[in-house]
Design a protein around this ligand. Sequence first.
Ligand SMILES: Nc1nc2c(ncn2[C@@H]2O[C@H](COP(=O)(O)OP(=O)(O)O)[C@@H](O)[C@H]2O)c(=O)[nH]1
Ligand SMILES: [Mg+2]
Length: 231
Amino acid sequence: MSTAVENVVEWVRTTYRVNTSTAIFSCSAPDLAACPDESLPEFAFAGRSNVGKSSLLNLLVGKRDLARVSPTPGHTKQINFFTVNGTWRLVDLPGYGYARVERAERGRFSSAVAEYLADRPNLECVFSLVDSSIPPQESDLQFVEWLVENSIPFVLVFTKIDKVKPAALEEITGAYKAHLAQWSDTPPVMLTCSSRELRGRQSLVALIDSVLKPEQKKRQAKKPPLRDTPW
Ligand SMILES: Nc1nc2c(ncn2[C@@H]2O[C@H](COP(=O)(O)OP(=O)(O)O)[C@@H](O)[C@H]2O)c(=O)[nH]1
Ligand SMILES: [Mg+2]
């Protein structure tokens, strides 16, 4: 096989093995104690209110309105769980850093989010979303530093790249890299996306695919059809 063909085969293998099309809403939890059992691997979307968490989750599963997208920041107050293929979960976390809620409620990010991230044994990876169209915000930097401090596996995802020119994107990603270099020797994995232009889905899928075990990726068999009854 030529290298080009091998590359395509490898790309298809890593990109399309995991099945994301069967996502269903599972439950909402106000805190860690109310979260569902820990039997399934989880991937969580975190970031400031309005950064595009719910939109990206919807892009990933190819459904327009599985997670509620809102133009009004501070909409998601609960931890929302979505089960995919019956074998793993996506988790939409409440946003942090929304300035117009009560100061006490705003916090750095809610204690429910902190507890979930720090104490959830089945959390495989956090997609830490930052807006590519604005400079690094204090709340984003604090959050990412906290992830590093607590050894929580994460990927930095730059959202809304439809709003920025390539040079500006380069500048923003460079700024985050420079900040992260102060806290960690390992350079972060960085992805870019635009839910508006349906860009960035494949790299998220590939990442999830690389984490899940083969049996967790298999398409769940449909229930066999009911046998005809004799009456
Ligand atoms: N231009 C642009 N707007 C986006 C994108 N993703 C989300 N938005 C908008 O940003 C707002 C907040 O999105 P949402 O997904 O609810 O953010 P969340 O609060 O982090 O869950 C909505 O008005 C979305 O339409 C994107 O990729 N590009
Ligand atoms: Mg949301």
